[in-house]
Design a protein around this ligand. Structure first.
Ligand SMILES: [Zn+2]
Length: 259
């Protein structure tokens, strides 16, 4: 039985305005979205002995009845949203933080009232100050008042199965997580390692706070994780969302889809 699930929220095109426009390849054409980047969004849900763990929360899109897609996708898998005990936030850009809260009937409420929201203190301060338009501060007002916010600093452990590392790279206070449960080691690299292809491309992204650091970290994550059977969770992947390393005949590792 799979213990980790993608809660795929959809695909989007994003242009210079930084708005996310839904993109469904069966309906829309890429050529009609000039100078856009295409982005795919996968929050992840992992079963642990202490309850469900959510890794990032998507854009916070809702269906026509105003229900969060995130909640619907969790229920579709047969779980209840109240069983989410930890919400692990790699960083707070709006495509990761939207589902921290829900705005049903106009009022903002915390989306997972039974969960602790684990956020790096520096990331929280940058996000709340509205340092750039990648953050949506109206979300953070709700989170701030909820009592569910748990600010963490640097590296540490949350419980015997979850640990966090201040990585920097994508944002100054971006963090990554390991969830070690049922003899599996899930690695959530957030936007430092958002796509499997980036493992094998030696480039640094200009939208990163520190692109060179992200690039070096990606190498470290692969060199350490591949021989140790880490299970990689790729938040923005078009192809493999949950991947495992596989040794090839030439002695190198590739990454394959887990089912
Ligand atoms: Zn980001």
């Amino acid at each position: 039985m799979a213990l980790a699930h993608s809660l795929f929220e959809g695909s989007f095109s994003v242009d210079a305005s930084k708005k996310f426009i839904p993109f469904d390849p069966t309906i829309h054409r890429a050529i009609d979205r000039p100078s856009s980047m295409f982005i795919h969004v996968h929050p992840f849900l992992i079963e642990t002995s202490d309850g469900l763990v959510l890794c990032d929360t998507g854009l916070g899109l809702t269906d026509l009845d105003g229900e969060l897609l995130l909640h619907k996708n969790i229920k579709k898998l047969g779980y209840e949203t109240k069983d989410v005990k930890y919400v692990l936030m790699s960083h707070l850009h709006k495509d990761h933080a939207g589902g921290m809260v829900s705005f049903e009937e106009g009022a903002g409420r915390i989306a997972f009232p039974d969960a602790e929201y684990m956020v790096q203190r520096g990331e929280w301060e940058d996000a709340y100050s509205g340092i750039n338009k990648s953050y949506r501060t109206e979300i953070f007002d709700v989170v701030q008042r909820s009592g569910n916010l748990h600010l963490i600093e640097g590296d540490g452990i949350i419980n015997k199965e979850i640990r966090y590392n201040l990585s920097g790279g994508h944002t100054q206070y971006h963090q990554t997580f390991h969830i070690e449960t049922g003899e599996k080691n899930y690695f959530f690299g957030g936007d430092v390692l958002p796509k499997p292809e980036e493992i094998f491309q030696n480039y640094s992204a200009k939208y990163d706070f520190d692109g060179r650091r992200s690039r070096e970290l990606r190498k470290d994550y692969w060199n350490e994780g591949a021989p140790n059977d880490w299970i990689y969770l790729f938040y923005h992947s078009k192809t493999i969302a949950i991947g495992i390393p596989e040794l090839q005949n030439d002695g190198r590792y590739t990454i394959i889809n887990i089912k």
